[in-house]
Design a protein around this ligand. Structure first.
Ligand SMILES: Cc1ncc(COP(=O)(O)O)c(C=O)c1O
Length: 430
């Protein structure tokens, strides 16, 4: 049991969360190592160990730290990075370079150079311009790198517009118009400097329905067949992206990975049995579904403002700086008062942050048992896209990150200090 209540206190992976708040301070990101490993094991059971020639590349944008790289390496997964910064962290963690893939719609020349210099496994190419850059760099350095093309399969999904990435009107990927995609592929197949493997798509995030995946898959299978017919070329890798939804609130129906993977793999096996092409390696890129539910954020309650007949605001010592998702795309969350975990919940409150923005609301209208200043509020499922999207707005400090495991806790990222806020400032004569 990752979440438990003992003596009216909320415990997370065996740790008393009130004690964690006292020991490490708040706001505090807390990750359950057991929950991350459980998710990895689920993926191994229903994907890695069930099918030949498949890989999982953890989308590190969801949550990245040196410690997280170590977990992913230990679990035998690959790592998807999207910037020089993420690549730097992975390399600093000594993550095997050949298991790293670089995504991104506008990779900088310096980022591509860094990827090639470090012999990473793959670059997922997003545009013709990028292919030009890769070829130029490889020519100068006398190297060859493996690539896939990210395609936009033209699928619309039921999710917030900002996390829907597979529709035609998207900044990501190469559209499938004949006069666009085929010249790219032909050039890549014949290139001296790239080893063309296949295609990648990522239709969006926080999905609870497998149908859009199957539609996108069908599009990419058609493309694989067309490539065989036009160029007599066998695609050897197909990357289906990430996007598997998690539980944030009651309305979210978190499906097991197999709900997505089984029908996808069934269709893939069926298709490649029908056509005269060997089945390519199949890769998935989950991020949120590996770390999202494994993370919680602990806050200390500060001021409480009851506006008669309107609303009661409960302010906490963090906010949109450590979790931008509610302000950015109306993301919903649940949570509890950790030191009053079993008290009956009577009235509704709005949890707000301390930033100078009216939109700095973390949870609207949550039922809580009479919050008081000094209480510890635990917000659930904050493991993905919170730490990684955190900012220093209002010069708030980035929180510390702690990993917990069967009652033991360890600091894995220290809290920023005020000195960190001016570390890059350059000014004479102070
Ligand atoms: C290319 C790509 N792969 C994988 C992911 C991970 O998605 P998720 O965290 O929803 O699994 C993303 C997220 O934006 C992405 O852009």
């Amino acid at each position: 049991m990752i979440k438990e209540v003992k003596n009216n206190v909320f415990y997370f992976d065996g740790c008393n969360t009130v004690e964690l708040a006292n020991k490490y301070g708040t706001p505090l990101y807390v990750y359950s190592e057991n929950d991350i490993i459980d998710k990895c094991n689920e993926l191994k059971n229903c994907f890695i160990n069930k099918f030949n020639d498949v890989r999982v590349a953890y989308a590190s944008k969801a949550f990245l730290s040196l410690y997280m790289c170590k977990i992913i390496e230990r679990e035998g997964f690959c790592l998807d990075v999207v910037s020089g910064g993420e690549l730097y962290v992975a390399l600093k963690a000594k993550f095997p370079a050949d298991r790293i893939e670089l995504n991104g719609n506008n990779k900088l020349v310096s980022e591509i150079e860094m990827a090639i210099d470090n012999n990473i496994g793959r670059i997922i190419v997003d545009s013709l311009n990028e292919l030009d850059i890769i070829e130029k760099i490889c020519k100068i350095k006398n190297k060859k790198i493996s690539i896939l093309f990210r395609i936009t399969p033209g699928v619309n999904i039921k999710s917030h517009d900002y996390i829907a990435t597979g529709k035609k009107d998207s900044k990501f990927g190469i559209p499938l118009d004949e006069d666009v995609i085929f010249p790219y592929v032909e050039r890549a197949i014949n290139s001296e400097y790239v080893n063309f493997l296949g295609f990648h798509f990522h239709i969006g995030s926080q999905l609870h329905d497998n149908k859009p995946y199957l539609i996108a898959l069908e599009t990419s299978l058609k493309l694989v067949k067309e490539i065989k017919e036009r160029y007599n070329f066998n695609v050897t890798e197909l990357n289906l992206g990430g996007g598997f939804g998690i539980h944030y609130v009651e309305a979210d129906n978190r499906r097991p990975f197999s709900y997505f993977i089984d029908p996808l793999m069934k269709r893939i096996e069926e298709f490649f049995n029908e056509v005269d092409i060997p089945r390519p390696i199949i890769v998935i890129e989950p991020g949120r579904s590996i770390v999202g539910e494994a993370g919680i954020t602990l806050y200390t309650v500060g001021s409480i403002k009851a506006i008669k007949g309107v609303r009661s605001y409960v302010s906490v010592d963090g906010g949109m700086t450590d979790n931008i998702r509610p302000a950015l795309y109306n993301a919903n969350y649940e949570g509890i008062i950790a030191n009053k975990a079993n008290n009956s919940k009577k009235d509704k409150f709005t949890i707000c942050g301390k930033c100078c923005e009216s939109g700095d609301i973390l949870i609207k209208d949550i039922k809580l048992p009479g919050p008081e200043t000094g209480d510890v509020f635990a917000m659930f499922s904050t493991g993905a896209y919170c730490f990684s999207m955190a900012s220093n707005y209002n010069k708030n400090l980035l929180p510390a990150v702690v990993i917990v495991n069967n009652g033991k806790s360890e600091l894995i990222v220290r809290r920023q200090s005020f000195d960190d806020l001016i570390i890059n400032d350059v000014v004479d004569n102070i």
